[in-house]
Design a protein around this ligand. Structure first.
Ligand code: COA
Ligand code: MG
Length: 297
């Protein structure tokens, strides 16, 4: 399966926003029980999200239904799990993960709850937000050797990390990410690839700026991210487009794969006066895989 390109956040306590799920066009939605829901609404949101999931069995979902639970070090996390697993979400986003051990703990809870609710073991995936506490970035490299079968990707967040380090902004004077945040973004990208899972770019907060979103998302894909968080339905189409290879890219990737196939075991080939070696072949195969096209060679 090609990686999920867009994950649209939907506050779990909003009937109006939940009603947009089936038409939003995202590859996945994340029904939020954490920061988008005020403390007084947590229990109601949990019930609403559980009912929403149960009304849409997995085999009748045009869009994957994920849930962002509350952080594991809050008592709400277990309440969230005990409720929402009954609805067989496709995955859970784990906010403020301190490292792979938190994902392992969540995975153990899921082993038991999937068994209790008669859901296929291991079928609920986990996407940790892997940079939201001060310790978390130091453990990013550990995901590669942690053997976490449910790990669906790694994503990063700049808002909670800013709060965690007492930063009054996460931006530099030029309006781009400040150094600390750029660093953890790069580390997330590297850690995801080291672990062999998709790297998911964080949200683009200026949700009325379509051009900025598209340019930023194209840049993220060029760097090796394979999808992005959305916060508003109007962001979904731009994100999907930015993370889908263009016809020209697909065409080029096909030619690279074909040239290597024709050259037998060659480690390097020439195409129109340019040298291509094994990393180019790998890239071409990745492009075809993300376009869900089986490489011919
Ligand atoms: N999911 C589903 N529907 C959404 C939506 C979302 N994330 N964001 C907006 N909509 C809907 C609105 O309900 C509105 O519906 P209507 O046309 O039927 O009235 C329509 O899209 C247009 O909304 P708009 O007025 O442009 O935005 P807003 O001011 O109502 O909401 C936000 C702005 C940022 C509050 C909203 O986009 C939102 O809640 N985003 C998700 C926030 C979140 O979950 N954050 C947690 C992770 S950081
Ligand atoms: Mg947060």
């Amino acid at each position: 399966m090609s990686p999920l390109r867009s994950f649209l956040f939907i506050p779990g306590d909003s009937d109006k926003k939940l009603s947009k799920v089936d038409s939003c066009g995202a590859d996945a939605v994340i029904l939020d029980l954490e920061d988008a829901v005020a403390t007084a609404n947590k229990a109601a949101a949990r019930d609403k999200v559980t009912a929403f999931l149960r009304a849409r069995p997995r085999e009748r979902r045009p869009v994957q239904l994920w849930v962002r639970i509350n952080p594991l070090d809050t008592p709400m996390a277990l309440d969230d799990l005990a409720a929402v697993v009954a609805g067989a979400p496709n995955g859970l986003m784990l906010p403020k993960a301190n490292g792979p051990e938190d994902v392992r703990t969540l995975s153990h809870h899921l082993d038991a709850l999937e068994a209790a609710f008669g859901i296929a073991r291991g079928s609920i995936r986990i996407l940790p937000v892997a940079t939201e506490t001060a310790i978390a970035p130091f453990r990013l490299g550990d995901y590669a050797s942690a053997g976490l079968e449910r790990l669906a990707g790694l994503t990063w967040g700049a808002e909670d990390l800013a709060a965690a380090v007492g930063a009054s902004t996460n931006l530099g004077p030029d309006g781009r990410w400040a150094d600390t945040f750029l660093m953890v973004r790069s580390l997330t990208l590297l850690a995801a690839h080291a672990a062999g899972v998709p790297a998911i770019e964080t949200l683009y907060v200026d949700f009325r700026n379509d051009e900025g979103l598209i340019a930023s998302s194209r840049g993220a894909r060029a760097e090796g991210f394979s999808g992005r968080i959305a916060i508003h339905p109007t962001q979904v189409a731009g994100i999907n487009a930015a993370f889908t290879p263009s016809e020209a890219e697909i065409d080029h990737a096909r030619r690279v794969v074909a040239a290597f196939a024709n050259a037998g075991d060659a480690g390097t080939v020439g195409i129109e006066g340019k040298m291509y070696d094994i990393p180019h072949l790998k890239q071409a195969r990745q492009v075809l895989a993300s376009a869900q096209i089986k490489p011919a060679g």
